[in-house]
Ligand binder design. Sequence first.
Ligand code: SF4
Length: 65
Amino acid sequence: MPVVKADLGACQGYANCVVGASDYFDIDDDGLVVLLRVDVPEDDRKRVEEAARSCPVSALMVVDE
Ligand code: SF4
């Protein structure tokens, strides 16, 4: 199953990802993305990939494991 990964060193807290998929992404008190879940069922893949692509600093990836 695809999984979503976050590069916390790159994340700048823009929160575009939260807007795109609030069931997968949140922002913590330090302004860094929090993954609420990592497994991405195929039904969610397009939506989560679009949310990942909306990240201005490319901190998110959906990869096949
Ligand atoms: S859109 Fe990118 S920079 Fe913004 S919170 Fe999400 S992962 Fe971080």
